[in-house]
Design a protein around this ligand. Structure first.
Ligand SMILES: [Zn+2]
Length: 229
């Protein structure tokens, strides 16, 4: 019997009622999702509440167990790539083949190194991916900031400081272009309106009437990016 799968912040958790007294969470390599063993007597509302409270743990389990095996998929500029072992390695950590949608890497057998190098790679790619978008958005809105910074962040896509600097999360290199455009606009709009008041959202909507669709992508897929932090 296949048991129910629920999603905690986009992470799949399979609910497995057992004859036991406590709740246990573990990563299942084969299914590539989290297993939650819990006492049969527990009501689903209490179980849900428990999982909501343990969001951090769920996220931790998910990111730790993201092992790049041969069948692993990674997002790059919004497209899914299959990761392959590159045995002949020509000195490059990652070789992208956009045509066959693969990324070849000699790092597959070293999990820790793999993600560290992947984050470095995204950081190097960030200016190439972001810069045109930034110029276009600045031109469109007339909003400009003193300095743009790019770095990996654990829980936010961007930030705008009172001094006028804007920081973008380099993990966004994994997201589609239309989503990055939204984050850039969002942060630029904060230079004018620092809060998330209706006035702020009107400003965003004025320049990007379909911003909700773009924002929804981050809600639905964001964890695949942030879990690599
Ligand atoms: Zn904001």
């Amino acid at each position: 019997m296949r048991h129910k799968v629920i999603y905690i912040e986009g992470i799949p958790v399979r609910l497995l009622p057992r004859k036991r007294r406590s709740i246990r969470l573990s990563w299942d390599r084969r299914e590539r999702l989290i297993h939650c063993f819990y006492p049969r007597s527990l009501s689903s509302s209490i179980l849900k509440e428990f999982l909501e409270k343990r969001k951090r743990r769920v996220r931790e389990l998910y990111s730790q167990s993201f092992v790049p095996v041969e069948s692993a998929l990674l997002l790059y500029r919004g497209k899914e790539y299959r990761i392959l072992l590159n045995i002949d390695g020509n000195g490059q950590d990652f070789i992208r083949d956009d045509f066959s949608k693969t990324i070849k890497t000699p790092l597959l057998n070293d999990e820790v190194l793999f993600f560290q190098r992947w984050r470095d790679y995204l950081k190097r790619e960030a200016p190439l991916y972001f810069e045109d978008k930034i110029r276009t958005c600045e031109k469109k809105t007339g909003l400009k900031t003193s300095i743009w910074r790019f770095r990996a962040m654990r829980s936010r896509w961007g930030s705008a400081s009172a001094q006028g600097g804007v920081t973008l999360n380099t993990l966004l290199v994994m997201a589609p272009g239309y989503v990055v455009d939204y984050v850039i606009l969002h942060e630029l709009a904060h230079l004018k309106i620092p809060d998330h008041s209706p006035r702020f959202w009107n400003e965003v909507e004025h320049f990007m009437p379909d911003y909700r669709i773009r924002k929804a992508w981050l809600r639905d897929n964001g964890n695949r990016l942030l879990s690599l932090y």
